[in-house]
Design a protein around this ligand. Structure first.
Ligand code: MTE
Ligand code: MO
Length: 329
């Protein structure tokens, strides 16, 4: 245990340059592709555009494009290589668009404007606000986060967004509120997967308020220096990097403050396999496989999984006194 905690510190590596790593990475990949003669119209065009005109091109499609790239928060850097954007954006879990990984194309059916976020339940100030009004209220920053799926693969992602804590402060929960519940959109005509009637749509996730206001809890609105691609769960998704990936709910439309512990989508499907807490722990196996190792998605390399996915320093204290709970499943 002590060894894991010590090792976990290595994720944070100060002193890296300010230029986001993904910028180098994308350029390298682009050059590689061009070099291999694989460049057809679109790619060659992108290569020829300056950063500014590239952003303009995106801006015509997404009204929030001008907000990116967001300022890197240097407290959240990592000692491992980022997952290339093309790999991340073609291997996704988003059951609303199919129960396999190749949903990127189907997910383009997601309409992300207008997009209204409802904040309700036990709050001083219930509200409904458009995503662009919400973005205007928040200071966006970029953080490099690990992502560990319960299926034992992992990625490293340059997310942009704002701390969930800022949204909680805006909502002003009553002192009796103990949990935050989040809900994804429900629209069977837009999301073909929601016709799979055996799943308990809409997707729901939850966390305690203490977890929600932890510094790591992040509302994601962009990735790789741009507005969030649809398959990542645009225009608003959660990242709780110390928990298994299914807790990081996509395309959120409702955030409710409650006294009762929410029952999440996967808990409803199989409570013995996917619990409420779902903190990453290499020593607690999933009922059907080990969690000791993980496969790094873009290299295929197997590496040891870390307690709390390497974030013990930030979150271990949240679980003191809760040892009776199933914290790692
Ligand atoms: N609404 C919704 N959110 C979701 C999911 C989903 O199917 N629907 N899948 C979860 C799982 S299992 C993982 S691993 C991550 C995947 O995020 P990514 O595709 O951006 O890697 O999203 C999580 N959030
Ligand atoms: Mo996952």
């Amino acid at each position: 245990m002590a060894a894991s905690i010590h090792r976990a510190k290595s994720w944070q590596q100060p002193g890296l340059e300010e230029t986001p790593e993904w910028a180098f990475l994308n350029r390298r990949q682009l050059l590689k592709k061009l070099g291999h003669g694989a460049a057809i119209g679109g790619l060659a065009m992108a290569g020829g555009l300056s950063g500014a005109s590239m952003r303009q091109a995106v801006a015509s499609e997404d009204p929030s494009a001008g907000l990116y790239p967001a300022k890197p928060n240097l407290a959240y850097r990592l000692d491992r290589e980022l997952t290339p954007e093309d790999i991340n954006s073609t291997y996704n879990n988003f059951y609303e668009f199919g129960s396999h990984k190749q949903i990127a194309r189907a997910a383009q059916a997601l309409r992300v404007r207008p997009w209204t976020v409802t904040i309700d339940g036990m709050v001083e100030q219930p509200m409904e606000l458009g995503i662009d009004d919400l973005l205007a209220k928040m200071d966006l920053e970029e953080r490099l986060y690990r992502h560990r799926c319960v299926e034992a693969w992992s990625m490293t992602i340059p997310w942009s967004g704002f701390p969930l804590k800022a949204l909680v402060e805006m909502a002003q929960p009553l002192s009796s509120a103990k949990y935050v519940r989040m809900e994804t959109f429900l629209d069977r005509s837009m999301a073909s997967g929601q016709n799979q009637f055996w799943y308990p749509w809409p997707y729901v996730e939850g966390m305690t308020i203490d977890e929600a206001v932890n510094e790591l809890s992040f509302m994601v609105t962009g990735a790789y220096g741009k507005p969030l691609a649809k398959q990542f769960g645009s225009p608003l998704r959660l990242a709780l990097p110390w928990k298994y990936g299914f807790k990081s709910i996509k395309s959120v439309v409702k955030i409710s403050f409650t006294e009762e512990r929410p029952v999440s989508f996967w808990e409803e499907v199989a409570a013995n396999e996917y619990g409420f807490w779902a903190n990453v722990n290499p020593e607690v196996p999933h009922p059907r496989w080990s969690q000791a190792q993980e496969r790094i998605l873009h290299t295929g390399e197997k590496v040891p999984t870390l307690l709390f996915n390497g974030y013990s320093e930030q979150v271990a204290h949240l679980y003191e006194g809760l040892e009776g709970e199933k914290l790692y499943m």
